[in-house]
Design a protein around this ligand. Structure first.
Ligand code: FES
Length: 679
């Protein structure tokens, strides 16, 4: 370094560099260069968010040598922080360490404001932290009799000067806390500020005396017809602290969406009952999830909702009756920003805010919008079909040129409902099934145990949970395996013991049932797959396939390149069994993926990143909606899809891996068929 040249500061991983006068704090240099270095206390040595790692020695790549004295000495503030809270050796506080010579500064991921939240699936996009609610520590001027001004106005002034944030406003609840907090904190306070993409002004959600780092949290909620699933996220770094789910209590008013709309039609005030029920459940869920994470629910500052249109209207307290009949008009399809208290969500912070993703159409909800946000079909090079399997399946088909969406009334069979031994996915539920094609003998696995039922240790391992029933993924595998073993014919008929050659088939009236497990000797249930179960699965899968086929017609394609199974349940479906059933169009099996709860992931993305809210609002406007309910071809596709896997469509990719036996148990003509209902 020459005497005239100011020290060179190089930041990694950004590579941003600049010359700064000796004595410049690293945090100041970072800010001037636009380096992503966090700070909540504004450089006062309190928050430790600004931690950096200086590098010493030769850096040929950058053309610099960093001398041992390139930064000012370790100071008392850093020592105090390290001794009290701990800090990794070699780290410095960026607001305390000052530039003395050329230096290379690494900003570790946890010190970046816009940190990326690592997601489990390798193919999934990372979430960049840029939440609508953030904490700011600020020093406010004391009141002056000669220049009278309100405490809130001086807080706003301090936020402008110290953080570049313009005017803020606060509700009465915060105003009541403002004066005691300022005085207790000796004019130093931490505020939680919120500004969503739909909000014109920045709002103070809460205030604490002095420096507060007790955390602020948000809920990402997938409000489904059958289950409500929530993730509790730390709004500082996006970590999911806890996830929980409860049954949607509206189930007692009707299992599927249309029966809930009918309930409202038949029972004046029924919508208010259902609104009350779901809000009570949401408050309970918030309490449960906060307890699980060990936090106080009043630290929950935000909630983001994704839901189908009927759930959306009932959450908001809007009568959903228009959604029960053509033209399926929504009260609004736009995204919304509101106070949690307007929705009766009283267990969160008193000023918590709610963002609801936009709806796509009368039957295609914000849950589907969230799936689009998480899976980005609009950016895909290949033709992707995304199926969000739930009580009402929602489908997206497209690529970067065009994306279509529809919903399909599968009903709750895929979730284990309307199945004779069906149950929710819980310990003791059969979730995997294999049937030997020669002996027709089954083996299975239950949730909570990794062993197959044929393992000698299985009985002991499942003693606690028992073998209680069969869940959605279990029934899909069971029916597909029965078809592969020649126990069920292409029309869906179960053969008799004589026709198939196994005593596991027992008569049930004029039909037959397959005994998957008989636990009666031990006081457990006999778990059967009945003809009625097969019919329920056929109805559900035909609706799903017909929806996909309708979208393919619209794009004039006969095959898709990739299939993504989304939904909490989609994560557990075996692609091979789904294809044997004909739930999804034929595709190479290695191109069928599970995306887990993509709607929940989309909600998390919108919770953690404000820009993503703008993005989903834009993408939704560009998605073309196809209405299945009024489309005559849907009925045609539905009927053809009743066969297993399909009456007419060839499944060449499936045929490469599975040969389905050509059996027929229909002795009277007829067979398949079925009704469908929107759910
Ligand atoms: Fe808060 Fe450095 S910015 S400790």
């Amino acid at each position: 370094m020459t005497e005239t040249r100011e020290p060179l500061v190089i930041f990694t991983p950004s590579g941003k560099r600049g010359h700064f006068p000796i004595g410049t704090p690293v945090l100041t240099a970072a800010r001037q260069l636009g380096v992503d270095l966090d700070s909540v206390c504004g450089g006062r040595g309190i928050c430790s968010k600004c931690q950096i790692t200086p590098g010493y020695g030769e850096f040929p790549k950058h053309g610099v040598t960093v001398e041992p004295g390139a930064l000012s000495d370790w100071n008392a503030v850093e020592e105090r922080y390290k001794s009290k809270r701990g800090m990794i050796d070699g780290r410095r506080l960026g607001c305390q360490a000052k530039v003395q010579g050329d230096v290379v500064i690494d900003v570790p991921p946890e010190s970046q404001v816009h940190k990326q939240v690592v997601r489990k699936a390798a193919t999934a996009r990372a979430i960049t932290m840029d939440p609508a609610t953030r904490l700011y520590y600020v020093e406010v001027a004391e009141p002056d009799m000669h220049e009278p001004s309100g405490d809130l106005e001086r807080l706003g002034q301090a936020l402008t000067e110290q953080w570049g944030i313009g005017a803020v406003y606060a509700d009465l609840d915060v105003l009541r806390k403002l004066q005691p907090a300022l005085r207790k904190g000796e004019w130093k306070v931490t505020v939680a500020l919120h500004k969503g993409n739909l909000d014109a002004r920045t709002r103070v959600l809460d205030i604490w005396p002095g420096y507060y780092d007790g955390g602020i949290f948000g809920l990402a909620i997938d409000l489904g017809s059958t289950t409500i699933a929530a993730h509790l996220c730390d709004l500082r770094d996006g970590r999911v602290l806890a996830s929980a789910g409860v049954m949607n209590p509206q189930i007692r008013f009707g299992e599927d969406l249309m029966s809930r709309v009918s309930y409202v039609m038949m029972n004046p005030g029924g919508d208010r009952e259902m609104t009350g029920a779901v809000r009570t459940a949401l408050n309970g869920l918030a309490q449960t999830i906060a307890t699980e994470a060990g936090i106080d629910p009043i630290r929950i500052m935000e909630a983001v909702f994704v839901c189908n249109p009927v759930m959306h209207h009932l959450l908001l307290g809007i009568d959903p009756v228009e959604l029960g009949q053509a033209p399926f008009a929504l009260a609004t399809s736009d995204s919304m920003s509101l106070d949690a208290t307007e929705l009766g969500l009283t267990s969160l912070n008193a000023n918590a805010r709610v963002y609801i993703l936009p709806l796509i159409a009368g039957h295609v909800g914000a849950d589907c919008a969230a799936v689009a946000l998480a899976e980005e079909p609009n950016l895909s090079d290949d033709m992707v079909l995304i199926v969000d399997v739930g009580t009402n399946a929602e489908l997206l088909l497209g690529d970067k040129h065009r994306v279509l969406a529809c919903s399909s009334p599968t009903g709750p069979a895929f979730e284990g409902a309307q199945i004779s031994s069906g149950q929710r996915a819980a310990p003791g539920a059969i979730e995997r099934v294999e049937i030997d094609p020669a002996t027709k003998e089954p083996r299975f696995k239950v949730i909570g145990c990794d062993l197959w039922s044929t393992d000698p240790a299985f009985t002991a391992a499942t003693a606690a949970s028992g073998i209680t029933g069969i869940c959605g993924s279990g029934i899909i595998e069971a029916v597909a395996e029965m078809r592969m073993a020649g126990i069920v014919d292409p029309s869906g008929l179960i053969g008799s013991a004589e026709q198939v050659g196994t005593a596991r088939l027992v008569p049930e009236g004029r039909t037959h049932s397959y005994v998957l497990h008989d636990g009666r000797a031990e006081g457990g249930p006999r778990i059967l797959v009945t003809q009625g179960d097969i019919r329920a699965i056929q109805l559900a899968k035909s609706a799903l396939y017909a929806g996909a086929r309708l979208l393919m017609d619209e794009l004039q394609i006969d095959t898709v390149d990739r299939v993504v199974l989304a939904g909490a349940f989609g994560a557990h479906i075996s692609p091979k069994h789904a294809m044997v059933l004909g739930m999804i169009p034929d595709a190479p099996l290695n191109k069928v993926f599970s995306a887990g709860n993509a709607a929940g992931t989309g909600a998390r993305i919108a919770l953690c990143n404000v820009a993503a809210r703008n993005e989903v609002e834009r993408v939704v406007r560009e998605i073309h909606k196809v209405e299945t309910a009024i489309e005559p071809r849907f009925q045609e596709h539905f009927v053809a899809a009743n066969a297993i896997p399909h009456a007419t469509a060839p499944f060449p990719e499936l045929a490469k891996v599975v040969t389905l036996p050509q059996v027929s148990f229909n002795t009277q003509g007829g067979g398949g068929g079925g009704r469908r209902r929107r759910g």
